[in-house]
Design a protein. Structure first.
Length: 279
């Protein structure tokens, strides 16, 4: 059982459950400290705090920035933790990404209509009440409106395009250096999320030179060798160690199985304040 889960999502980005539901599930799983790190937004932490008052759990302000490395042609996700009340640099980037991402997702609707899936913005917003429209919202809308046609159809059967440099620009993905610098400038801890997910291993040293401060060493999609590999990079490059489940919905793993134990979290928090916040 993990003490802290520092990478979780709600319906305020592409998660399936609202803030209260996610906090309730974390508490029931025995988690003592959590960070809701919704994609490209940190503007709802006051709501998170207000809801969290009714639960015996510590809440840390965070987010996950959708970034891209235009040199290696790879997606990169940067988690920011221990964020202060105001995050002006992060907010600027989020505004760009969210505007472009939703515009791109809406641009997919005419092709879907040609294929017989008639979905409009108003209908889609019933699946995205707290966020911009994500592809996951379109997918669930298709499932709801066309259950027979969508029976047995998975998300990747519908959305399987490869992220190219051009698509990354269209989607508003942030250059990775800008993402790292924005988190640091706002006083947060910049963390490379799930390095195994987009095969970011070869670029970690470069990101450290850009100002990266930490790396996730525990994640729900890591394989056996990934945990030690991430720790090796952290030790060699003097990066702090974070971790979390990347929770979006129930079913793939048990909450509480991924994240940091109490000593690991203590080392992360103390390391951040000693090296960065109080320096």
């Amino acid at each position: 059982m993990k003490y802290a889960d520092l990478h979780m999502h709600t319906s305020y980005s592409d998660g399936d459950y609202d803030i209260k539901e996610v906090i309730e599930m974390a508490v029931e799983a025995g988690i003592k400290t959590m960070a809701i790190t919704d994609h490209d937004r940190a503007d709802h932490f006051e709501k998170i705090k207000e809801i969290g008052k009714d639960f015996d759990i510590r809440l840390i302000k965070g987010l996950e920035i959708s970034a891209y490395d235009f040199e290696s042609h790879k997606k990169v996700h940067i988690v920011g933790l221990f964020l202060p009340e105001r995050t002006p640099e992060i907010d600027k980037l989020n505004a760009i990404t969210n505007k472009k991402r939703e515009a791109y997702h809406i641009s997919l609707l005419p092709k879907l209509a040609e294929d017989g899936f008639d979905l409009d913005y108003t209908y889609l917003k019933t699946f995205a009440k707290n966020s911009i429209i994500y592809k996951s919202d379109i997918f669930w809308a298709m499932k709801a409106k066309y259950p027979e046609r969508m029976e047995g159809v998975g998300f990747k059967d519908v959305f399987h395009e490869k992220t190219t440099d051009d698509l990354a620009r269209t989607m508003g993905y942030i250059p990775v250096k800008d993402a790292i610098e924005a988190v640091n400038a706002d006083g947060g801890l910049s963390i490379l999320a799930h390095p195994q997910e987009y095969d970011n291993w070869d670029e970690i040293e470069k990101y450290k030179e850009m100002g990266l401060r930490a790396i996730e060493i525990n994640h729900s999609r890591m394989k056996d060798g990934d945990f030690d590999r991430a720790k090796d990079f952290a030790n060699r490059l003097d990066l702090l160690m974070s971790g979390g489940s990347d929770f979006h919905r129930l079913g793939r793993f048990e909450l509480g199985d991924y994240g940091l134990n109490e000593d690991e979290f203590k080392n992360l928090e103390e390391g951040f304040y000693e090296k960065y916040r109080n320096s």
